[in-house]
Design a binder for this molecule. Structure first.
Ligand SMILES: [Zn+2]
Ligand SMILES: [Zn+2]
Length: 223
């Protein structure tokens, strides 16, 4: 006969000793709404005289988070969130296409494989810093800025790459999409809080996003 698992017991979690003496805290946090697999909160504690105390505190914190539904309930990534969010985005098809182009170029390659629940104010800061560094997100400075995106014969209009920041209007649109996606993630109960709600998470020059204005004119990426 299959062994019945008491859900209350699972939600109280466990602490296991790993080979080498580290401890692993595991608390069941429900079924992942995206992957449909069980979702556990996990944290490892390095070996030491205080390890069991520390692990006990973490277990209690996890249990409280699950109880108050504060823990991320999914391992879904930013890419998965953006897919779902943009699929149900209300607004003209052209607007949605414009957003898709922006996130494909400026969000997915940078933070797309992160778990939604791990995106915090620090992650956003470094994302916006990168958008302000180089709109091509170059990794070497040996590339070329071509005169056109389509295939062409290079001439003297194609020059050695020079980093240029992404414009404020574009950063504002990206912020608008990320902010909307996170609000949706809260409504879907994927996560309990949005990093956009933390003070200082709105980059300079990106105020007044909620009031619309610049955002409703979302266009296509400049060539
Ligand atoms: Zn060229
Ligand atoms: Zn560059």
């Amino acid at each position: 006969m299959a062994k019945a698992v008491n859900p209350r017991k699972r939600q109280q979690g466990s602490i296991d000793e790993l080979p080498g003496g580290a401890l692993r805290v595991r608390v069941y946090a429900g079924v992942d709404p995206i992957t449909k697999r069980r979702h556990d909160l996990l944290e490892a504690v390095s070996p030491g005289p205080k390890a069991w105390d520390r692990a006990g505190e973490i277990r209690l914190r996890f249990v409280a988070e699950v109880k108050q539904r504060r823990s991320p309930r999914t391992t879904a990534t930013v890419d998965q969130l953006l897919d779902r969010y943009l699929d149900q985005h209300q607004g003209g098809r052209r607007t949605a296409t414009g957003y898709r182009e922006y996130v494909d170029k400026h969000v997915r390659p940078l933070i797309g494989d992160r778990k939604v629940g791990s995106v915090d104010a620090d992650v956003l800061d470094s994302l916006y810093a990168e958008l302000r560094r180089c709109r091509e997100h170059c990794t070497t400075n040996r590339g070329t800025d071509h005169r056109a995106p389509r295939p062409h014969d290079c001439d003297d209009r194609c020059r050695p790459h020079r980093c240029r920041p992404l414009g404020n209007a574009t950063i504002r649109k990206i912020h608008y999409v990320l902010s909307g996606a996170h609000k949706t993630a809260i409504r879907w109960r994927w996560v309990a809080t949005s990093p956009m709600d933390q003070p200082g998470s709105v980059p300079d020059g990106v105020g007044a996003v909620e009031s619309g204005g610049a955002v409703s004119a979302a266009g296509r990426l400049p060539p």
